[in-house]
Design a protein around this ligand. Structure first.
Ligand code: ADP
Ligand code: ZN
Ligand code: ZN
Length: 736
């Protein structure tokens, strides 16, 4: 019997040692209640049992074991440890994102663990003896719909879930009465026999891709499915998913943002039944806790659709992880720790389970593409859209020339205006994309140059006309819009640049008869609001949709034939080394929303720099990728190096500068020229705190584990200096 336990608490701290009470039975992975600090009671996870008393002080006792079984398996613990180690944070910080908050909070400790009761579902069974040749023949003639439904049940093995049977209740009652079917009940299962009959038939290009993936995965862990938008990647996934589920394995389908996946979940429920689990951070803590504990008590064979937090569910035997839109930067948690990438963590989790991974995208990340080139990943290319829909025609519109010729009206070039007029004439729909919300990014005084700035952050305030306020997009600070310059008090302030709100206003002015909707962070404030706007546009209750990035993701509108990208230069303006890759991905994703069914679409990109090389590679991924990879290699960027950003923050500017210089020096002593900075970021003050950054670049050939260990060591070393105790230091590994 061990007498001590190291316990992980949901804090940015190492594990602490507690004492086991007399006769107390504690297992590794157990959730326990412990007192920590003055009066706080926390839920912690037992990480290690041993007999070594703490070197300092006396170990406090464990108060209580909370559940009748461990919350974490050995494998999950290895996964948490990997994340903490790789992303340079504590295991306790991983606990904060990994477990639903009810489990983490102290309120839970008095609650009892509820035993798992499986959900039940209604079934429809076919009475085989009654379904004679004679009956069949008669039904086929007189009631072909009913006949088909019965055949489908037969094909699925005689029993099917009620929701999947295409019979209304009258028909069902009638069939019961004559003894052809029986209504039953059973535990919810993912019924694969049934799914198999519903899976879409693949086109020959899709079948070929499916085969390639299956072959590729025989000797490789990861397959990259590079399929243009609308090529039917989802249909290919469903076949792979069914294959794993029918072997009783768990499957995880990861999506970058769950709010955008209503359509996907509906499709999956249609195929795999109600027991498809949807898991993400927007569920209530109660819902998440229920799903977690249900799964803890269930066998394998679970199918989960979720955002990155779904990686932490207690899978028993994970067989497959699908990472859809693998290039999407929302897979990375930007704030707070652990700053992990869901895609990369998925590959690690799959390795722990000896499972397979399929990464899918129309615009693969350069990292994944390089892993294909080096032979690490299997690769499948699907260039054909399903049903022979053509790729949209992408045209560049020269803004400077338009201005010179006096052909630009408000924010629109002639080509775009003509295009919109033409499409509206044919009763087709248009999407206008601008990657800025609000009315204008700043208001400026034409006489003295004054513009409103945030008192807490070093940025200008954006004008939001509808709210009548100037808003800081970094901290949310806002104040009323002023009409006159408070500095020189002579001139009226002028809105500079344009956001979606101003585009909406301008387009309504130019096309007064068109119905316009806007989709951005200000209008899609909840998923209900989002669904309302999307739904209205999909039903063609509006002609033009103005929006930010949100419009580029996973939407399928039948009548959209023209997409205008209002400012291509904006996309490329960021100093980030990924600017071009991002701009390209965004253009292709936005373009993918047009001409999806029977109409060829068109994309018009307005730019003041039409000769920018990115525009000549549009539509040619290989060419773009080789160009960008060559540049990344030459200048030392991912995937040829790993980058850790060390962000330092403090309200005390002097201490911040001193400490960052000191850390820079320490790191340079260990890493030499691999260290860059400290530098001041573009926005050097946010929420009243000053910011500086250091960068560490480690060649992929070098040991990254060793580099991380040194980095941790040097940060700990800096922390020994008393004045630097209160400086926030954040490591961001594999920045996006
Ligand atoms: P992607 O995920 O590659 O953008 P989707 O899987 O969303 O493409 O497919 C695009 C459209 O084509 C969807 O409406 C889908 O239902 C349809 N589709 C694709 N493949 C098939 C198929 N094999 N059978 C029937 N419909 C299909
Ligand atoms: Zn002024
Ligand atoms: Zn601010």
């Amino acid at each position: 019997m061990s007498s001590f336990a190291d316990i992980v608490l949901p804090l940015a701290q190492p594990a602490y040692t507690f004492a086991l009470g007399e006769g107390m039975e504690v297992r590794v992975g157990d959730a326990v209640a412990v007192q920590f600090g003055k009066n706080a009671v926390y839920t912690g996870i037992v990480w290690r049992l041993h007999d070594t008393p703490p070197t300092k002080g006396v170990a406090k006792p464990i108060l209580k074991v909370l559940y009748d079984k461990p919350l974490l398996s050995e494998l999950q613990m290895r996964f948490w440890e990997w994340i903490a180690d790789y992303y340079i944070c504590s295991v306790g910080e991983v606990m904060r994102v990994a477990l639903p908050s009810i489990i983490k909070s102290k309120a839970r400790c008095e609650d009892e663990f509820e035993p798992y009761t499986p959900k039940r579902e209604i079934t429809v069974g076919l009475v085989a003896d009654a379904f004679t040749e004679e009956v069949r023949e008669k039904m086929a003639r007189r009631a072909p719909k009913r006949y088909e439904a019965l055949c489908a049940i037969e094909k699925a093995g005689g029993v099917a879930p009620r929701h999947a049977v295409e019979l209304d209740s009258t028909a069902l009652k009638a069939l019961c009465k004559v003894g052809l079917v029986e209504i039953g009940e059973r535990d919810y299962t993912l019924d694969c026999e049934w799914s198999k009959t519903l899976l879409p038939r693949l086109s020959s290009a899709q079948s070929k891709a499916l085969n390639e993936i299956q072959n590729g995965l025989t000797d490789k862990r990861v397959a990259l499915l590079h399929g243009v938008t609308s090529s039917g990647k989802t249909e290919i996934y469903t076949h792979l998913i069914e294959e794993r589920l029918s072997q009783g394995e768990d499957v995880l389908f990861l999506v970058p943002e769950i709010s955008l996946t209503t359509q996907l979940v509906e499709r999956m429920r249609g195929l795999f039944g109600e027991s498809v689990t949807v898991y993400h951070s927007k569920l209530t803590p109660q819902q998440r806790t229920k799903l977690y504990t249900d799964m803890l008590s269930s066998e394998s064979g679970n199918f989960v659709v979720g955002a990155r937090s779904a990686l932490f569910l207690p899978y028993k035997k994970l067989g497959l992880v699908v990472v859809d839109e693998e290039h999407d930067s929302s897979y990375k948690q930007s704030e707070p720790n652990p700053r992990y990438n869901g895609r990369d963590a998925a590959i690690m989790l799959a390795a722990l389970h000896n499972a397979k991974v399929v990464l899918g995208s129309a615009t693969p990340s350069l990292e994944s593409y390089a892993n294909h080139l080096s032979g690490k990943y299997a690769y499948t290319l699907l260039t054909e859209r399903y049903g022979g829909v053509e790729m949209p025609d992408i045209r560049i519109s020269d803004t400077v020339r338009n201005v010179k010729r006096n052909e630009r009206k408000l924010h629109f070039n002639k080509e775009l205006l003509d295009g919109i007029a033409e499409r509206l004439e044919c009763n087709e729909q248009v999407i206008l994309f601008q990657n800025r919300r609000g009315y204008s990014p700043y208001m400026e005084c034409p006489s003295c140059g004054w513009s409103a700035r945030c008192p807490h952050c070093n940025v200008t305030l954006s004008a939001h006309q509808q709210k009548g306020r100037m808003v800081c997009h970094y901290c949310g600070y806002n104040e009323p819009i002023q009409r006159y310059c408070p500095n020189c008090k002579t001139s009226e302030l002028k809105p500079m640049g344009f956001g979606t709100e101003r585009v909406e206003e301008a387009i309504s002015e130019l096309f007064p008869d068109a119905r316009v909707l806007r989709l951005d962070g200000d209008t899609a404030t909840s998923s209900a609001a989002y669904n309302r706007i999307i739904g209205a546009f999909a039903r063609h209750e509006a002609d033009i949709l103005v929006g930010t990035q949100i419009v580029s993701k996973g939407l399928d509108f039948a009548d959209v034939t023209l997409i205008g990208i209002l400012n291509g230069d904006n996309l490329l303006a960021s100093p980030d080394f990924r600017a071009e890759e991002r701009a390209w991905q965004l253009i292709m994703q936005v373009a993918g929303r047009s001409g999806r069914r029977d109409k060829r679409g068109e994309v018009i990109i307005q730019t003041a720099e039409p000769t920018h090389p990115i525009y000549s590679t549009i539509g040619d991924y290989d060419k773009l990728a080789s160009k960008l990879l060559a540049e990344r290699k030459q200048f030392g960027y991912p995937p040829f190096v790993r980058i850790v950003k060390i962000a330092m923050r403090s309200a005390n500017q002097k201490q911040l500068v001193d400490s960052s210089l000191k850390l820079g020096e320490q790191l340079r002593n260990r890493f030499g020229r691999r260290v860059l900075g400290p530098v001041t970021p573009l926005i050097d003050r946010v929420r009243g705190e000053w910011r500086v950054e250091l960068m560490l670049k480690v060649e992929v050939e070098a040991s990254f584990a060793k580099a991380r260990a040194i980095l941790r060591e040097e940060i700990a070393h800096l922390r020994e200096v008393n004045e630097y105790r209160n400086i926030t230091i954040i490591c961001d590994v594999d920045i996006l």
